[in-house]
Design a binder for this molecule. Structure first.
Ligand code: PEP
Length: 250
């Protein structure tokens, strides 16, 4: 019912020339997929993604978007620009943006709304820092963040929204949540989505796990009933390891 999604978040890595070569190699080596693959490079690589990946099974998208539609907002990139470049997805609310750029739940919700207006699926990230988990408050914190970031966000269909649970302490650290801990949080997220959008809708929203996913731990994570894929940073940069994740996803 929910198609597995493997999304590679490149963060601020690679150049447009390097990305072009990587995309072409991915296209050449791509196995037949039942799952869905998405690459999320930095903005300057999106034209190369459009050129090389259009018409393939691999979708691409952005790591962020402006909360504004258009205007005098120096340095910002609008959802309309992303749509014109063929982006199908964009991340909003990644913990690095929340932490280093002070993004609030309200801002994340505005960004998600701009994406939906342009037919782009937000991959909305939530997750607790270590001190919150240690206090035993991970679930309450994450659900509060989730509902705050969905304030006024009304996707027209469950396929138009993806949630990524990314415990902050697991991102880029090599520590990942146990599959059982991830499953418990994903179940709680789905329950909150069901209270927010209705049960039938919530059952069809994909919830990705993110935080040091790699080809060694992905199969176990994916075996959990509420884990519908991965948002992958480090392990999505090397083509071989991204391909390994896709083969695991099937
Ligand atoms: C991420 O970028 O969202 C992420 C989870 O990174 P990593 O896989 O490197 O932990």
């Amino acid at each position: 019912m929910r198609r597995v999604l493997v999304a590679g978040n490149w963060k601020m890595h690679k150049t447009p020339s390097e990305a072009r070569v990587w995309f072409a190699e991915l296209k050449r080596l791509l196995p037949p997929l039942d799952s869905e693959a998405v690459v999320l490079p930095a903005y300057p690589m999106l034209p190369a993604a459009k050129e090389v990946l259009s018409g393939t099974e691999v979708a691409y998208g952005a790591q962020d978007v402006s909360p504004h539609r258009e205007g005098a907002y120096t340095g910002e990139v609008s959802a309309r620009m992303l749509s014109d470049l063929g982006c199908r997805y964009a991340i909003v609310g990644h913990s690095e943006r929340r932490r280093y750029h002070g993004e609030t739940d309200a801002l994340v919700a505005e960004k998600a709304k701009r994406l939906l207006e342009e037919g782009i699926v937000p991959i909305l990230c939530v997750g607790e820092p270590l001190e919150v988990r240690e206090k035993g408050e991970a679930e309450a914190y994450t659900l509060r963040q989730l509902l705050g970031s969905l304030d006024g966000v009304e996707p027209s269909a469950p396929e138009r929204l993806v949630i990524a649970y990314e415990p902050v302490w697991a991102i880029g650290t090599g520590k990942n949540a146990t599959p059982e801990d991830a499953e418990a949080m994903h179940r709680a997220i789905r329950k909150a989505l069901s209270e927010r959008y209705g049960e039938a809708f919530a059952q069809r929203v994909r919830i990705l796990y993110g935080g040091s996913v790699n080809p060694k731990n992905f199969a176990h994570l994916l075996s959990m009933p509420n884990v519908d894929g991965g948002l992958v940073g480090g392990a999505s940069l090397e083509l071989e390891s991204f391909l390994a994740l896709l083969r695991i996803a099937g």
